[in-house]
Design a protein around this ligand. Sequence first.
Ligand code: ZN
Ligand code: ZN
Length: 109
Amino acid sequence: MDQRPFALSEVRIVEETICELCGRASVETTIHHLIPKQYGGADGPTVQLCIACHKQIHATFTNEELAGFYNTIERLSEHPTMEKYLKWVKKQAPGKRISIKKSNRKKDK
Ligand SMILES: [Zn+2]
Ligand SMILES: [Zn+2]
């Protein structure tokens, strides 16, 4: 008889995840390589970031800057742009979809 317990790939782990940058809980997180893979960080340290923080980081820094200096959570959060962003994002509800856009002129009647 074919008795498969369960297919591991079908198990969805739903747990409370905390974004390591903004500290919000119950957010969907993604893995960020502190040193970008193209700069040899494939086996390097990673952090869990919510999608908003992750987008914000890559909108603010180039991979070169990330590899060269902004490769710790502390340094990332001390950058003025990130500081401002973090103040703002901490007030946002975790479930809310936040879009990080470069230009924002849709209401141009
Ligand atoms: Zn975050
Ligand atoms: Zn990343």
